[in-house]
Design a protein around this ligand. Structure first.
Ligand code: HEM
Length: 259
């Protein structure tokens, strides 16, 4: 009797351990089996890469495309995405990167990789997603870089949204900087050379002061740019300005001598 119990226990140890491991690493096991057997995803709103690829508009198939993992039925846009159409590249795949690079040859595994792109590119990409959403039906999500096989956002997608938030902050700062230091107007004439000047709307920035042209040196930027400086509210502590040669300190217009 004493020997029977440890024997029974020892036979149970491996199955118990397996059950514990399965529970603990459930997500990894699921992904492993999904990749191994390439089974169809369970949720009808989720598409595998293979399922999406079937909807490529060839042989009368529907046309689906994915951007940032959002899948749209773009069949009504066959003239764009159908076989022979200018944007057929996007049919049946997630080619998010090409929405900003325009590289319609990219069939690499990086064609949906976008985190290295600039803030402006990422905003463009989001605009594309919104434009497609307005025009076409969203039919689901693509399992891969942006959504996992449970339809949840992946770490990559979370990083993308974090980057977008960062970009918004950077954009706000740049806007504030531009309000403080608006660009000058610039014109060139063969006889008189380059003229820079300020108005209450120069640089497309409306304000209640005109300012005087100055060269603005910004850390990290190779060349200075012409900015209109409000002499009554000048902040020399953070920025480096230089007056234009042969131009009166208070003049709103200066001729720039070309070397
Ligand atoms: C990064 C480069 C580009 C990308 C990713 C791109 C992408 C697209 C996409 C996806 C559409 C279809 C939108 C829809 O479903 O309604 C479209 C339409 C269009 N694109 Fe582009 N495009 C690019 C560059 C250009 C350029 C350089 C031109 C002009 C020379 C152009 C002209 C057009 C026109 C005229 C349409 C509308 C056609 C119509 O409605 O009949 N695109 N573009």
């Amino acid at each position: 009797m004493v020997k029977i119990i440890p024997l029974a226990l020892s036979k149970l140890i491996i199955p118990i351990l397996l059950v514990i491991l399965c529970i603990k690493y459930r997500d990894r096991f699921e992904l492993f089996f999904y990749n191994f057997f390439k089974t169809d995803v369970r949720d009808s709103n989720l598409y595998s890469v293979e399922q999406l690829a079937l909807n490529n508009g060839i042989d009368g198939n529907k046309i689906y495309l994915s951007i940032l993992g959002f899948v749209f039925d773009v069949t009504s846009g066959t003239k764009h995405y159908g076989k022979g159409g200018p944007y057929h590249y996007f049919a049946g795949k997630d080619g998010s990167r090409a929405f900003v690079t325009g590289d319609f040859q990219d069939e690499s595994s990086n064609k949906d990789h976008i985190l290295d792109l600039t803030c402006n590119d990422l905003f463009t990409l989001l605009n594309w997603k919104d434009t497609l959403r307005e025009k076409y039906n969203e039919v689901g999500k693509l399992v891969g870089r942006y959504y996992d096989m449970n339809g949840k956002e992946t770490e990559y997608m979370k990083m993308f949204y974090e980057r977008i938030e960062q970009c918004k902050v950077e954009k706000d700062l740049a806007k504030k900087e531009e309000l403080k230091f608006p660009p000058c107007n610039i014109e060139w004439n063969a006889d008189t050379g380059t003229r820079v000047w300020c108005t209450k709307t120069s640089g497309g920035v409306k304000r209640n002061w005109i300012g005087v042209p100055r060269l603005l040196y910004t850390p990290g930027e190779e060349t200075p740019r012409c900015t209109c400086v409000n002499l009554e509210n000048i902040d020399n502590s953070v920025t480096l300005f230089k007056e234009y040669d042969n131009c009166a300190v208070t003049s709103t217009s200066c001729f720039v001598k070309s070397k």
